[in-house]
Design a binder for this molecule. Structure first.
Ligand code: DBV
Length: 255
């Protein structure tokens, strides 16, 4: 039934990604701070009572510092999969970023290989050109999602898929295909990536990673939702200690 499908709308995305990554990379577990692996809250009253579960997943590989997912399951009116890959700081790889969100108002999909250097033509040639045809193929079927924060522009590539589909079916078909294609293309980038040794370039990468990370931690669009369900303390620790943890990690292990 439609309801059964929607309460697990993003599970196939998560299963696909983890299966592919395990197949293609030497994955190791990445620690999830204790108390953040799984969190449950009950919202609403009476007939509107609803459990909201948040489950975290994290791995790393020789070239990828953190591969992590947050999967929020709160019935037919709330499903979220936020999936981000953060490369190690000695690679110029983009971030793999997927924000798949279903709220009572509808679906919101953001999918991209988020660039370290948005306006650098050589960077675009290396990391946007190879997925340009894939982007165009899917974008035809996924209308532009409309307004999004102007200040987020530097963090998205020209191949940013941004859409608010009306129908579940479009998420289950076209969006899922796009997600698979972007992940496959990302895995090719990872395999081809060579470590950067130039000290100036390394410094630029670190600055670009921190810029991205600080923006995302500060502007996390899920902050309000998590705060309502799990309280402000849990939420801030989840954001800074797990979802966007680079600054904490650098404080522990400076590069
Ligand atoms: N978004 C996250 C994380 C989430 C999450 C970690 C674990 O970065 C969920 C959960 N995104 C989430 C939710 C909403 C959005 C919206 C719950 C809906 C918020 C609401 O309507 O209450 C892409 N995500 C959005 C929006 C954008 C993105 C543009 C619309 C929000 C708005 O208009 O302000 N992904 C998001 C983003 C960047 C990115 C802003 C920036 C680099 O990578």
């Amino acid at each position: 039934t439609p309801t059964e499908n929607i309460v697990n709308l993003y599970q196939p995305f998560l299963d696909y990604a983890l299966t592919q990554l395990k197949q293609e990379l030497e994955l190791k577990p990445y620690p999830i701070p204790s108390g953040f692996e799984h969190k449950v809250a009950i919202t609403g009253k009476g007939k509107k009572e609803q459990e909201v579960d948040t489950t975290s997943y994290a791995h790393c590989s020789p070239k990828l510092r953190q591969i992590r997912a947050a999967h929020v399951q709160g019935g037919s009116a709330l499903q979220v999969l936020n999936f981000v890959i953060f490369p190690h700081l000695n690679y110029d790889l983009p971030f793999f970023g997927a924000d798949l969100v279903t709220l009572p108002g509808g679906h919101l999909i953001a999918l991209d290989m988020q660039p370290l250097f948005r306006d650098d033509p050589q960077y675009q040639e290396k990391y946007t050109q190879p997925i340009w045809d894939t982007f165009q193929t899917h974008q035809q079927h996924l209308p532009w999602g409309g307004d999004f924060p102007e200040e987020a522009t530097p963090f998205f590539s020209p191949a940013f898929l941004w859409t608010r589909p009306q129908k579940n079916e479009l998420v289950e078909t076209r969006v899922f295909e796009a997600f698979k294609d972007y992940l496959q293309a990302y895995l090719i980038f990872v395999k081809q990536a060579q470590p950067i040794t130039d000290v100036e370039k390394l410094a630029e990468i670190k600055q670009a990673q921190l810029r991205y990370l600080r923006y995302r931690a500060e502007k996390d669009p899920a902050r309000g939702m998590f705060t309502r369900f799990y309280g402000p303390e849990w939420t801030e620790e989840y954001i800074h200690g797990f979802l966007f943890d680079l600054e904490r990690q650098l404080a522990l292990n400076p590069v």
